[in-house]
Design a protein around this ligand. Structure first.
Ligand SMILES: *Cc1c(COP(=O)(O)O)cnc(C)c1O
Length: 356
């Protein structure tokens, strides 16, 4: 039976990315050695890193003056590297979920941290709109896609201070205006590569402005100077990321990724809204994520949740259980998700409705 992989992360990757990476693990560039057993300083590996950086810049239209880094530690380590490198006196955070809250928690150790707004009181099922960003903040931190709750910021915000964004789960799903940000980061395991590498896009001339000592490994300048090779980089995830970036380019770039994401989301949200058994969990349609689509059984059908899970699992659906804090279901539809797989889930929902 064909499996339809709706996992939230680590998650679906294009089949050819997996095949090419598997091939390189067996024999890297015809060298007779595995990608896993060569030096990261081998002459064949540098072009992998260079091309990945170049494609990052090309696909996201990154202006001059920004560096692209591939680091370890996940988005979670960036939560502390951000204030280490950018927070001198005050930082502003928009609390749209557990990841945003974890980022904010780290900042508190470095300076005054202002939560400009929060939707915690209703399990983060909307994105706050009315708030004031302090004009004397060093930066304003946002999470563009809230993986657990299925909310997403679809429009670039206006901020009086430089913005920093966690884009772990929607990077490369749409065009972004990088010039609005001094730093964009994320774990690669949602939309780019297997777990093990973190991408960071950072504006060079915004570094070196804080007065504290920054430990070497946590200082972005170390990794800019070292070309992401200050220490041994995770070569296998970086190689896979390069294959994904090539794939995105071949498919038509981030605009095409956005078109496909919209098409998938229209299909699935359309069914959620139509089907009497289900309802979406996100209040405002404009906040609905194109990447993580969350829904629950309608109140009068609550008892059918376990039955639907079993029904869908038997038909090849994988990873549709909602996060424990939200319950219900979550279908993560990252770039590599085909419309056919979403259609298969929709068919499940229709068949199940007929039974009840
Ligand atoms: C998954 C996720 C994280 C955590 O990433 P790690 O790489 O596991 O640290 C942070 N932010 C968002 C939005 C995520 O989806």
């Amino acid at each position: 039976m064909k499996k339809h992989n709706f996992n939230a992360g680590p998650s679906i990757l294009p089949r050819e990315v997996i095949e090419k990476t598997a091939q390189a693990i067996l024999d890297f560039n015809g060298s007779g050695l595995s990608l896993m057993e060569i030096s990261h300083r081998a002459k064949d590996f540098q072009p992998v890193l260079d091309e990945a950086v170049a494609l990052f810049k090309e696909l996201l239209n990154i202006p001059d003056g920004y560096s692209v880094l591939f680091l370890g530690g996940g988005a979670s380590l960036e939560f502390c590297m951000i204030p280490y490198n950018f927070l001198e006196k005050k930082a502003a955070y928009l609390n749209t979920g557990v990841w945003a809250k974890k980022a904010m928690k780290e900042a508190k150790a470095f300076g005054e941290t202002v939560e400009v707004a929060s939707s915690a009181e209703s399990t983060y099922n909307y994105i706050p709109k009315d708030y004031t960003i302090p004009t004397d903040a060093d930066y304003f931190h946002i999470t563009t896609n809230n993986t657990i709750y299925g909310t997403e910021l679809h429009k670039e915000l206006d901020s009086p201070v430089p913005m920093i964004a966690d884009m772990s789960s929607d990077i490369f799903s749409r065009p972004i205006d990088v010039s609005k940000y001094i730093c964009i980061y994320g774990g690669a395991q949602k939309n780019l590569a297997p777990a093990g590498v973190t991408f960071v896009i950072v504006k060079d001339d915004t570094l070196g402005k804080v007065s504290r000592y920054i430990p070497t490994m946590l200082d972005y300048r170390t990794h800019i100077d070292g070309g992401s090779m200050f220490n041994t980089p995770p070569v296998v995830p970086i190689y896979a990321a390069l294959q994904t970036l090539r794939w995105i380019k071949e498919q038509g770039g981030v605009k095409e990724m956005q078109r496909r994401a919209q098409e998938r989301a229209d299909l699935l949200y359309g069914e959620i809204d139509r089907n009497k058994l289900f309802r979406g969990t996100v209040i405002n349609p404009e906040d609905r994520s194109l990447m993580n689509i969350c829904f629950v059984m309608n109140d009068q059908y609550k008892d059918l949740e376990a039955d639907f899970m079993k029904f869908a699992t038997e038909r090849g659906m994988v990873g549709i259980k909602g996060h424990r804090s939200v319950g219900g279901f979550r279908a993560s539809c990252y770039n590599a998700m085909s419309l056919e797989s979403v259609q298969a889930l929709v068919d499940c929902m229709r068949e199940f409705e007929k039974l009840h």
